[in-house]
Unconditional design. Structure first.
Length: 418
């Protein structure tokens, strides 16, 4: 004789129920547990599920839903039990039977939806994007642990949004990080709705977050001249040359650090650099500018020696300090907001010497900013790889005074031509 019982075996306020199969075979008693996809609240299970008469309509509907799902699972398990060799029955067998019971591709648990999203997108997106999605997935798990909840996809609503914001503020994440990762949350939910046919909170896309204006820096052409003429030892000389190359190719460190002489070819008398951007997958072709050619000649046609991202970030700060780029400016710097034993690094805004704010991304931003208004924007975008002019204009960092002076020069030039 076999029986199926359902249990709430979680300390969280909302969790999937566990199915317990018990039977006796050849004078031995067997018990196997397996998690189902039926998610309920602990309050409902303990206070209402066993009641015969329920007046509240929402609780009554919940009882109907849960009873229907549990009855289907119980029927399927017992039917499979009676046709199975009892020696084959174990926890794995029970899990398989319950899993096959589900008519949906997903249980509706939000973490499972995210996992399915990542699995699908891993075939079409760059590893850096998948890394971001995994990072957000891990934060959702931490939010669940922090609040003692297990979220189902239709619970990703305003209440979840409040949990999300509270968690991000508690851990000192910036508004821009929250906005970017909230956008990922909405992508996961839309995937569950469109691809898995799961019910979701209808007004989720109306919940938006404001961004915070960033205070990123760039290196001016005058500052780059100072950097170029520094006399440096081998360690900093190598990093300085990569910095110059990044400022005249407009690429991320994930791309320029992979440059080699094999990427260079000649077409109609012009040296060109060809590569595929790691993040976007875009094929990019750039001219070898004189500043880059000079550094290649310095090394007999080779690019500088490869170094780690962390060392590069540390070394170029030293280089810029030695070049006298010490003006105090407003910006964001990564600082430890945790303890020495448990460090937690977050970007903190304040006034710092400019060299302290220099990172590997400064080359890309410096190229875009220094040549904006001097070179047609579409050509600059073809170098940076930005998909839209709005993205590009948000990216460049021009002082309002610089923009005003540039506008005055353009009007002056127009008047001269009339």
């Amino acid at each position: 004789m076999a029986g199926v019982k359902f249990l709430y075996r979680s300390s969280k306020s909302r969790a999937p129920l566990t199915a317990r199969l018990r039977f006796r075979f050849k004078d031995n008693d067997y018990t196997f547990d397996a998690k189902t996809s039926v998610v309920v609240s602990k309050l409902y299970w303990n206070e209402y599920h066993q009641k015969k008469r329920i007046i509240h309509p929402e609780i009554k509907n919940e009882k109907i839903r849960v009873d229907q799902e549990l009855n289907r699972i119980e029927k399927r398990v017992l039917e499979a039990f009676h046709t199975e060799n009892k020696l084959n029955i174990n926890k794995l067998w029970l899990q398989k039977v319950i899993h096959n019971h589900s008519d949906n591709k997903s249980s509706g648990l939000f973490l499972e939806v995210i996992d399915q999203y990542i699995q699908v997108k891993s075939k079409e997106l760059a590893p850096s994007s998948i890394k971001t999605y995994n990072k957000v997935r891990n934060k959702v798990k931490k939010i669940e642990d922090h609040f003692g909840k297990t979220y189902v996809i239709d619970q990703i609503d305003r209440t979840f949004f409040d949990d999300f914001i509270s968690f991000y503020k508690l851990h000192s994440y910036s508004p821009n990080t929250a906005k970017k990762e909230w956008k990922c949350i909405k992508s996961f939910v839309n995937f569950g709705r469109d691809e898995l046919d799961l019910p979701v909170f209808a007004n989720l896309n109306k919940i938006k977050l404001d961004s915070e204006e960033t205070e990123d820096i760039y290196l001016t052409l005058e500052e780059l001249e100072k950097i170029k003429h520094l006399k440096l030892g081998a360690r900093l000389d190598n990093a300085r040359d990569w910095l110059i190359i990044s400022c005249f190719t407009a690429q991320r460190i994930s791309d320029f650090s992979r440059f080699s002489a094999d990427n260079i070819f000649e077409y109609e008398g012009q040296e060109l650099l060809q590569f595929q951007q790691k993040k976007t997958g875009k094929r990019v072709i750039l001219p070898i500018l004189p500043e880059v050619r000079q550094l290649l000649d310095k090394r007999n046609g080779s690019f500088p020696r490869k170094i780690s991202d962390q060392k590069y970030n540390d070394y170029i700060k030293e280089v810029c300090q030695l070049a006298g780029i010490t003006e105090v400016v407003y910006g964001g710097k990564m600082v430890n907001v945790g303890t020495d034993q448990n460090p937690v690094h977050r970007k903190k805004k304040g006034r710092y010497s400019k060299y302290e704010l220099v990172t590997s991304h400064i080359g890309r931003r410096s190229f875009a900013t220094n040549y904006y208004g001097k070179i047609p924007t579409p050509l600059l975008m073809s170098a940076t790889g930005h998909s839209s002019e709005k993205q590009f204009l948000d990216y460049i960092k021009r002082d309002p005074i610089d923009n005003a002076l540039m506008l005055a020069k353009m009007f002056s030039k127009m008047n001269e031509n009339e």
